[in-house]
Ligand binder design. Structure first.
Ligand code: BJW
Ligand code: ZN
Length: 251
């Protein structure tokens, strides 16, 4: 039987004014983007575990391989589309007085579905950043691939504008996300293993500040025990259920 939304959560969803959502790789899984952990397929590339290739140390050691890894992923992401989970979250921004969508994903699929002002904690795979002057440039699939690209402002090497292990998150964005986690009444954590910090601290911050925390994930996570509600299922199947007006649908 298909999962349904418990009446208590449906009531809270209808009454809420300030809602915050944190998404992870699982929200894009149904679009065909591999997750990082749990056999999703992105775990190893050319024999290197992703936390080795996606690390600050590898930028220093082998920038060209880092570009190859992200070019490979950009090619894949360039051919996929938002799924019903992205689309549901894009609708949610019009339902609440204060709605914040925070993502760990770098694929841009929330924006492709129509979400505005998405807080991207780990950067964006479609952007390059100059390692000397910080200038940024958008990347397209059609571009000639000089790797690493040269900065148009100063000629220095550019890197993918993503946050790798051992690197700081964009401070302003994380602070904004943490403030919204403190202020919200309802916090959804969707499709993330909640293992990577500081992103994984956001639901904990929300819970500590009194929010009702809801997890959407087909698997239990490190966070499940602290959530007020866990909806066990795929994001693309569970999130659209919040649109259903039937009061009698119980989990
Ligand atoms: C579905 C589904 C469906 C499937 N529907 N769900 C405290 C303790 C120990 C270490 C640290 C700590 N604090 C910080 C650290 C270090 C480190 C860290 O957290 N390590 C942990 C692994 C222990 N953090 C950092 O290094 C961060 N920076 C930092 O802390 O700066 C300060 C500092 C500076 C200098 C030195 C030291 C500290 C930066 C972290 C950046 C992470 N970047 C990555 C790579 C981005 C680029 C790339 O894409 O390659 O971001 S790592 C990778 O993990 C990626 C993701 O955004 C991130 C989170 O993964 P996510 O989204 O949760 O995906 P999965 O695959 O783990 O889970 C998918 C989930 O979906 C599963 O639960 C499935 O069940 C579910 N799912 N299908 C719904 N259909
Ligand atoms: Zn530059």
């Amino acid at each position: 039987m298909q999962a349904q939304i418990p009446a208590e959560l449906r009531r809270r969803f209808r009454a809420a004014r300030r809602v915050c959502v944190l998404t992870g790789a699982g929200v894009s899984a149904e679009s065909g983007v591999p997750t990082f952990r749990g056999g999703g397929g992105a775990a190893v590339w050319k024999g290197m575990p992703f936390d080795v290739i996606s690390s600050a140390a590898m930028i220093e050691r082998d920038l060209k391989s880092v570009w190859e890894w992200f070019d490979y992923r950009r090619d894949l992401i360039g051919s996929v589309h938002p799924n019903p989970a992205h689309e549901a979250l894009a609708r949610w921004q019009n339902l609440f007085g204060d709605f914040t969508l925070v993502t760990q994903n770098i694929d841009g699929l929330h924006q492709a579905a129509g979400s505005r002002e998405v807080i991207e904690l780990h950067g964006n795979i479609w952007r390059a950043k100059c390692m000397a002057c910080g200038a940024t440039e958008m990347l397209s699939l059609e571009q000639t691939r000089l790797r690493p690209p040269a900065c148009v402002e100063c000629g220095s090497e550019m890197r993918p504008d993503v946050v790798l292990f051992g690197e700081m998150l964009p401070m302003q964005d994380f602070t904004k996300a943490a403030n919204k986690a403190v202020e919200c009444e309802l916090f959804f954590v969707v499709g993330t293993s909640a293992l990577v910090y500081p992103a994984a601290s956001l639901p904990e911050i929300a819970k500590g500040a009194g929010a009702y925390v809801v997890e959407v994930n087909p698997e239990p996570t490190a966070l499940s025990a602290v959530c007020d509600e866990t909806l066990s299922g795929k994001a693309g199947e569970v999130l659209p259920l919040f649109d259903v007006r039937d009061e009698d649908t119980l989990f």
